[in-house]
Design a protein around this ligand. Sequence first.
Ligand code: SAM
Length: 274
Amino acid sequence: MRLLVDRYVNGQHKKVNGWLADFSSLLIARLAATLEEEKVQGASVEIGAHHGRLFILLHLASTGQRDMVIDVFDAQHLNVDHSGKGDKAIFLRNLARFGGDPARVQILQKSSLEVQPAEILEQVGQPLLFSIDGGHTAECVHNDLSLADATLAEQGIVILDDFFNEFWPEVAVGTMSFLQEPGARLQPFAVSPGKVYLCRPGQQGFFHAAIRSHFSPRYIDKEAQMLGSRVLVAGVREGHRNWYTRLALTITESSIGRRLGMQRWLPPKFSSPA
Ligand SMILES: C[S@@+](CC[C@H](N)C(=O)[O-])C[C@H]1O[C@@H](n2cnc3c(N)ncnc32)[C@H](O)[C@@H]1O
């Protein structure tokens, strides 16, 4: 599977319609590989898969027996704020195209508002990688974080989409209301383009070390305080490259650039651990 993950994050993910920035795909693959190196096993779960762009990565990198997708898919009348538009047929086609195993993927075709934690635990066990990218209303985000909190393995991570997206302010509202609940056991530890990462209290340092040891300082933008936790902001400057930086990168990747030794400016490639 490692070869499949490498191929996917190093370019194939762009062939799947959806939302996943290049650097974030590298970071998620690295976090998954770090957990695998620690011999921690668990399922991948995504709420809101659309055509599978992120889920395929989570599935290829999974160490669980079975993974799970929760999406309203063809029941789009349940997609109340029109965030994305899941399509089961396209999703399954993409999954198979990039080396996934549909027989290992449990599909719950319904609103996450109707899902109970027991359904996840009974069907796939405790998730290690849990992506939240379904309905973007405050109610959905609060509900989906509660599902993640009730099921996530102790070493697991939650990948939350669009917290900082000004088009979807309800995501931040739902997240804040969830995190302010006295029993909440998820805390943010990193930010990358389009994503905020959360883990169990006390696990932040482990993930920070993993990120710092695998990415050049060029991609670690800064440390920040977020809702009482220390977070690493990574790959965000890269994600905001302007057109002349992109042009410079195109030259860097050309034969002239290679002759001039300009490769050091290229973004990192992901490689699974040996
Ligand atoms: C922004 S898209 C997901 C993008 C996807 N994660 C990717 O990698 O490109 C949002 C998805 O959530 C689904 N959705 C919307 N409301 C939902 C709900 N209440 N429960 C489950 N899925 C929902 C939509 O059908 C759509 O596929």
